[in-house]
Design a protein around this ligand. Sequence first.
Ligand code: FPP
Length: 247
Amino acid sequence: MIEDKRIDLNNLPNHVAIIMDGNGRWAKNRGEHRIYGHQHGVKSVRDCTEAAAELGIRYLTLYAFSTENWSRPKEEVDALMELLVQTILAETPTLNKNNVRLLAIGNLRSLPGKCFEQLTEAMADTAKNTGLTLVLALSYSSKWEIVEAAKNIAKDAMAGQLDIETINDNTIDAYLTTKDIPHPELLIRTSGEHRISNFLLWQIAYAELYFTDMLWPDFNRAAFFEAIVDYQTRERRFGKTSEQLTS
Ligand code: FPP
């Protein structure tokens, strides 16, 4: 049941992307180690996935580990990878129960073997689900993705498989790791930071941006609904005037 009656179920974003930020500060506020914040962040992941699935949103993409996050202290990186493995393992039955399909984008081969294997297994286990698609961005950065796309476009052009004159927006889309995923209409970032941090730069060209001061472990079901309500107040003009939209 959707308890937030302000939500218009006929005006939902098809794809919501989230920059989950503030785990470290949340833990520090409690005199705890950063990983304590990440552990509590899992509850917010669960809450948002459930809320998105219940609303009937088709795609939810979570920025779980960026290319830049590899430069954090080894202890934190190891703990995050372990948390990912454990969470994926523990949550796969619930994903299946809720008809959620798991996908991942990023340089997945750079993940520790155990993490890569667990992820691949969970993706295969949930591949047939037809409800929400939960996309985890892991070892992901937009610049990495665009560089990879540029290399592959150049290779295909050199091999004569791609005519340079025909390259357009759709060609670029087809070479990104998100090629089968529609662009997000709503991007949420928690923790009061107003940055995009190398996340889906191409794909958010027309997304609505929603920033909240809440730290990620505090971001719950009600907060997710609040972001949707705010999205529904926006007028999405795509470069046109208000008058053009109503005529
Ligand atoms: C940002 O907070 C958060 C991350 C880099 C990791 C996000 C990971 C999780 C929520 C845990 C598991 C996720 C899944 C999908 C199972 P930060 O550490 O940058 O916080 P700070 O800015 O306060 O230091």
